[in-house]
Design a protein around this ligand. Structure first.
Ligand code: JHZ
Ligand code: ZN
Length: 446
């Protein structure tokens, strides 16, 4: 199915034109206008807008990046929503480049098939299916699979791997088309995509249309309490429009004849949550874990302003500490390089104004990014192997969501006396002891 821009979901609000265009004036879930801004990260280029050398002198559009909390339903959301086609038409996030994510998706598919008793010919639809990585694991169980993703480049890769993919954004209209053409889905998956959707109400109507009466919709996303507790401010960027806790999500699903029936913690992407949603008509009671997570959100004060104000103060301190640490290394004649040319890394670099004067180069495993430069800061990107024969004093971990995987690759560098540092939850040397943070929700807390 060719990209049908008429499928693109309507923006959910009126844009205020002018220097502050794309400014959000109404909450995405409750429609209220009581949006309280608690953190600004300055203006930012497109998070995955890696540049070829010939583009370095081009004017790079930058957009305000600040985050608000709705004091009615307590959804945390960006103050500005930039047009999705600027970010997703030629998308550069590919989960299949990471062993961590491949293992995660293999386990996910196996658990879903067993937990939901998926049988041959049952339909599994993946919203934001990217390069088809997750659906390839489902296909091994001989269920029918269908991907939905707007990125032309990734949809082509998925099709070449035998994963049928509709090249479009998910919407209630697309859901009706899929139901008519393929039937209703026993399982709908959405991993790291719910936060990218502006029109959540339309998406929920689509889920209710497409989901079979006994079906399940399973979503994974970085969980707000972890973002706050671990100071993961660099996961705030223009792709991620919302930062979810359960309270506003439950309200959203209930508004659309859906019920959030389960929630479980995941370690990926800095601490995520996996939720299960069913048709309300299935009358499935929420598991005890749902009320445990809700009680924990209340205990953390999430429906009040202080936790967000305290987070903003910690972010400012971390930015200052990190830059000072890098400047100190450089002042002593040491060299610093980065590892993982990630979207979150670009937020860190741009918001801290860290450029080639502090970080000489970045290594990354994705061939498309190698030979390019980071957006806004113009730091060159090289293949990982460059660090096999180079020993800068410090490597700054920009893809900290893959610390273990990357630390293992750096064993030679570390043996040569190199230092791997990260800024999450505060600037420190990886492997050095940290003061223990407040206990997060763990699997046993379910
Ligand atoms: P990456 C991702 O964002 C994707 P990002 C997405 N934006 C999302 O929602 C959040 O997580 C939750 C490289 N790398 O893309 C590959 C190595 O070089 O996972 C990537 O370029 N060597 C949908 O962009 C980058 O790091 C390695 O061994 O913040 C990873 O960044 C590994 C494992 C990765 O995060
Ligand atoms: Zn709201």
């Amino acid at each position: 199915m060719r990209a049908d821009t008429s499928q693109q979901p309507p923006t959910s609000r009126t844009d205020e034109r002018g220097p502050d265009q794309y400014r959000v004036t109404a909450c995405r879930i409750c429609g209220g206008n009581a949006l309280r801004e608690f953190l600004s990260l300055g203006t930012m280029p497109i998070p995955n807008g890696f540049l070829a050398r010939a583009e370095l002198h081009h004017q790079e559009p930058r957009y305000p990046l600040s985050v608000t909390v709705c004091t009615s339903c307590w959804l945390v959301q960006l103050r500005h929503v930039i047009p999705p086609e600027l970010m997703f038409r030629n998308y550069l996030y590919i989960p299949s480049t990471s062993r961590t994510m491949l293992q995660h998706f293999a386990r996910f598919a196996d658990e879903m098939v067993r937990r939901h008793g998926l049988a041959r010919e049952d339909l599994v639809v993946d919203i934001g299916s990217n390069d088809g990585t997750l659906l390839r694991f489902f296909r091994e169980y001989e269920v029918r699979v269908l991907g939905i993703d707007p990125a032309e480049n990734l949809a082509q890769v998925a099709r070449l791997q035998g994963v049928e993919t509709l090249e479009t954004y998910f919407s209630s209209k697309v859901a009706a088309h899929v139901r008519q053409q393929y039937g209703r889905a026993r399982l709908i998956t959405a991993t790291n995509v719910l936060a990218h959707i502006d029109t959540l109400h339309d998406a929920c109507d689509g889920i209710r249309t497409l989901l079979a009466p006994d079906g399940a919709c399973v979503c994974e996303f970085p969980y707000l309490p972890n973002i706050l507790e671990q100071n993961e401010f660099d996961t705030i960027y223009h792709e991620h429009l919302s930062y979810f806790s359960l309270q506003p999500l439950i309200r959203l699903f209930n508004d659309h004849g859906l019920t959030l029936v389960d929630a479980e913690p995941l370690s990926v992407h800095g601490g995520s949550l996996r939720i299960t949603v069913t048709q309300a008509s299935a009358r499935r009671a929420p598991s005890p874990a749902v009320s445990r997570f809700l009680n924990d959100e209340q205990r953390r004060g999430l429906p009040t302003l202080p936790p967000y104000e305290a987070f903003a103060r910690r972010v400012a301190a971390i930015q200052t500490q990190l830059v000072a640490r890098l400047q100190d290394v450089r002042a002593r004649g040491g060299r610093v390089v980065g590892y993982g040319a990630s979207a979150k890394g670009n937020v860190l670099l741009n918001s801290c104004r860290i450029g080639p004067d502090l970080i000489e180069y970045i290594v990354d495993s994705i061939p498309y990014k190698q030979g390019r430069y980071t957006p806004g800061t113009h730091i060159p990107i090289f293949p990982e192997k460059r660090l096999e024969n180079d020993t800068p004093e410090c490597v700054l971990l920009l893809a900290w969501n893959f610390t273990d995987e990357i630390q293992a690759k750096l064993s030679g560098y570390l043996d040569r006396g190199g230092q791997l540092i990260t800024h999450v939850p505060t600037p420190h040397r990886v492997g050095a002891r940290l003061p223990s943070p407040a206990p997060a929700m763990t699997a046993t807390d379910r």
